[in-house]
Write a protein that binds this ligand. Structure first.
Ligand SMILES: Nc1ncnc2c1ncn2[C@@H]1O[C@H](COP(=O)(O)OP(=O)(O)OP(=O)(O)O)[C@@H](O)[C@H]1O
Length: 302
């Protein structure tokens, strides 16, 4: 390959910020969102779990999906992926996905790193990656699906050289951070337009959280990321914009730094106390942050 491994996936450079930083009803102004979700509803076994979720994912960088435990974050990303029955609108670059089954959502170019990572512990790193390869030429048939082509190992190995060095190592023997590299690496392999990462730092030690933050920052240089996360320090560092869910609805959309600096709003929406360290500190970047930046674990209170 002669071109940069980033070239096939890097989004248009013009769009940097997402929706306007005020309310849930604010329209996107600066740039068209990559993913636009409207009135998303999910009913499982007669239980109404999502009652109308609206949010946009910015076409560059990291967008965070936040909320207290049980707010509906995982159900929302599962609904986007077609893993639970849903109604409403889910548009990826203008293509409507809400009636598509999961395999066609995937072929439209959404890579999903689920909460449990989905790593095969008994297979090597290389085998885990190989299993994620989408067949060249496979598409949704709609003409607007994910870009077909060879798997982008150049990008994965450029971002995560460790995965090349550890190609023969059993995935089950990797650290939590390295396993996240495999999980995120798999989503980058198929030239996706969007990566969804569901709680990638859940249960990890602070040192590993810092590693995973670095993994996400590097991945977001290549492909926009929708990040479900409860570690608000990490969110603050990585995500330029966010949506907050509460009780299965969108309670807030806007600029992440503004939300986390607003003590009253952060307390009301996320349960962050007034003396929480997130109230101060440097502004987060939509662009990836410094590798040296510390990541403080700050779980949302239920
Ligand atoms: N299959 C299901 N059947 C019944 N209830 C469900 C199902 N899936 C989710 N729920 C309920 O829906 C609500 C939202 O769950 P969800 O996992 O989406 O929340 P969350 O915001 O991701 O929470 P957490 O941060 O704790 O992971 C919860 O009350 C949960 O118990």
């Amino acid at each position: 390959m002669t071109s940069s491994p980033f070239s096939a996936q890097r989004p248009a450079p013009s769009a940097h910020s997402a929706s306007s930083p005020s309310s849930a009803s604010s329209p996107s102004s600066a740039a068209e969102p990559l993913l636009s979700v409207r009135d998303l509803r999910v009913v499982i076994d007669g239980l109404h779990i999502l009652h109308g979720v609206d949010f946009d994912v910015a076409p560059v960088g990291v967008t965070a999906l936040l909320g207290r435990n049980g707010a509906g974050k995982t159900t929302t990303v599962k609904a986007v992926m077609g893993l639970v029955p849903r109604t409403g609108s889910i548009r990826l670059s203008g293509s409507e996905l809400s009636s598509l089954p999961t395999h066609l959502v995937v072929r439209h170019g959404i890579g999903y790193a689920p909460e449990d990572r989905g790593i095969f512990a008994g297979l090597t790193v290389a085998e885990n990656l190989r299993l994620a390869e989408r067949a060249a030429g496979s598409g949704s048939g709609s003409g607007s699906g994910g870009e077909a082509g060879e798997p982008n190992y150049a990008l994965v190995h450029e971002l995560f050289p460790e995965l090349k060095q550890r190609a023969g190592q059993l995935a089950g023997t990797l650290s939590g951070g390295q396993q996240q590299m495999v999980a995120i690496g798999r989503t980058l392999l198929n030239r996706n337009r969007l990566i969804i990462a569901d709680e990638p730092t859940k249960g990890l030690a602070p040192k590993i959280v810092a590693e995973v933050a670095e993994v996400l920052a590097r991945a977001a240089e290549a492909v926009p990321v929708l990040l479900v996360e409860q570690n608000l320090a990490l969110v603050r560092r990585l995500a330029g914009t966010c949506a907050v869910l509460a009780d299965g609805r969108t309670a807030h959309r806007g600029d992440t730094a503004e939300l986390l600096a607003d003590e009253e709003a952060a307390r009301r929406l996320l349960g962050v106390g007034s003396r929480h360290p997130l109230a101060g500190g440097p502004r987060p970047a939509a662009a990836p942050a410094s590798p040296a930046a510390p990541v403080v674990t700050a779980e949302v209170k239920p």
